[in-house]
Design a protein around this ligand. Sequence first.
Ligand code: FNR
Length: 371
Amino acid sequence: DIRRPRAPLDRIPPDILCAADYETVARAFIDPATLAYIAGGSGDERSLAANRQAFARRGVLPRLLRDVCGGHTRTALLGRPRAHPLLLAPVACQGLVHAHGEVHSARGAEATDTVMVASTLASCPLEEVAAVGGPRWFQLYMQPSREVTADLVRRAERVGFEAIVLTVDAPVQSPGRAARRAGFTLPESAGTANLAGYPAPEGRVLAPTQSRILDGMMREAPTAADLAWLMDVTGLPVLVKGVLRADDARALQRAGVAGLIVSNHGGRALDGVPASLDVLAAVRAAVGPGYPVLLDSGIRAGSDVFTALALGADAVLVGRLQMYALAVAGALGVAHMIRLLREELELCMALAGCATLADITPDLLCEAAPC
Ligand code: FNR
């Protein structure tokens, strides 16, 4: 079969010159149905498209004649020093593209001092991710039973995860239309290892008048009370992922959440929501300076990282590029992708007159040059 995807390489292909090249090259390494699942968005994919357009609309207006020698990308996240402001976003089921998915992503992260945010729905158990040894946060999807949720959190605490990221924007999930049309199904090998061994949630019979979505799936969706419960059961800092509104941001800050991730789930949750980049400045203004605000959705280049930082993000998370790099060259690919993004950011900083991340201010952005 000529469409059979290539196995991951143990070297970097010579045609990868920038981080975004992983998106193109990965096509030969991922079967078409799986690629449709990873690349796709929800609904009409308006939010998916908006994410990229939001970056494309913005350009950089550099400051000249600044001395940037000795500059660096160092920062601190949740009180810990980090070499750069890039994290690996939680991406489920990495066994879809690599036999040791999350373990290889964790190795790539460890090699580049990158925080890996491991998904609840990972193909490798969180204990195996932790054994790699790099900096790590655990992304939590609330489970139908509080005992199971609390047990997941305890397991993450036990093996040294440094924070919990509660994702709240996708309680109802289904593969996008492109993936369904392509016949995508989740193979058992890429299943959710963290949830193995827990009793299956009880099935619920709905009355004919009840909604499959509002009465069925949303019964398990987290509420503000669940968030309060979570912050009570864990000693780890809790961040909330999926924030788009300034009033939600302020309420979460007041509730004692350790930080926010401005995200539209890479255009995979509610279609029609704005690009996360377009709401970032309002969220930052709502919570004030000095409070951790991260961003994801649409990051493909170092200049995108620069733009997000200029609009108020402390750091960014990388979703799909991680899967593409993993598919092409496993841990090596992930480490290389992060290194490329970091160098692209450094280049952008150097040419814009920024020696440190603190120098990346909103006045450096302008409307993009027309293509
Ligand atoms: C995701 N994302 C996600 N988010 C989360 O909180 N838990 C998860 O398990 C997953 N799983 C997942 C699978 C796949 C295939 C994708 C593409 C995305 C969302 C992810 O964390 C992040 O928000 C987006 O991927 C960011 O957008 P970009 O970088 O992909 O454009």
